[in-house]
Design a protein around this ligand. Sequence first.
Ligand SMILES: CC(C)(COP(=O)(O)OP(=O)(O)OC[C@H]1O[C@@H](n2cnc3c(N)ncnc32)[C@H](O)[C@@H]1OP(=O)(O)O)[C@@H](O)C(=O)NCCC(=O)NCCS
Length: 224
Amino acid sequence: MPLVLRPAKEEDSLRIGYIGADAFRDTVSRALFPPRMYDKSETGDPRQDEAQWRGLRNAGRMKSGKITHVIVDIPEDGSSGEEIVGMAQWEPPSQGSDAAPDASTETQQDVPPGSLDQEELAKLMKLIDEISIDILGPQGHSNIYYLMVLAVDPAHQRRGVGKMLIRRGLELAAEAGKDAFLIATLEGRGLYRSVGFRDVGKPLDLANTPHYPMLWKYPGSNPS
Ligand SMILES: CC(C)(COP(=O)(O)OP(=O)(O)OC[C@H]1O[C@@H](n2cnc3c(N)ncnc32)[C@H](O)[C@@H]1OP(=O)(O)O)[C@@H](O)C(=O)NCCC(=O)NCCS
């Protein structure tokens, strides 16, 4: 079925949340929603908790004017019922170039579910900021395009969905004349390499999962 990229609408947020929860279930989600916290779940279903929490964060980011891109799978018979199969959340460069990255912006609006390990989340956000500053300098990723989340529904992986989403982000970065930065999982690494990202800095452990900082240089920028 044809795959089409479009900006997400606010009502897509819960589906976006489920895609994140399912795509990261064997990696980051295991650390953020560990089995030892399951009995604190208000819904009795930690997957649902995570999807709702991710969905609320997405709605919050959209309210603040940021775009989430989704890929929808359109039925060929012309019937309604498109399915969202992948999503990407890019952080555009902030307006004021002096701004330091702010891990708190994403966490302020949401009410965290009981099954979320908030200490682990705070640790993760802090580490990401530290790594960005370490690699990119005092402004961290605030002056370039930063891929915060890329996730494809496991049932729709390896169809080119991830590549469409990453290419769209790189088009935006190129239009703005900016570099792009991300911290890859092992699964994403080959995809990012194939579109021109290169390893930068050392591999590291984030949420008990190996990760790889990677940088894409805007073709018109000075080599460094
Ligand atoms: C990483 C991820 C986004 C890739 O999405 P996808 O839609 O399956 O990727 P694509 O189909 O566009 O594949 C693009 C390329 O990456 C390669 N690739 C995709 N999945 C791969 C995997 N699991 N292992 C190795 N290579 C892989 C493909 O071979 C393809 O190369 P090609 O163009 O030469 O065929 C998806 O596997 C995912 O959501 N994983 C879990 C969450 C995650 O790790 N996200 C990345 C966080 S930084």
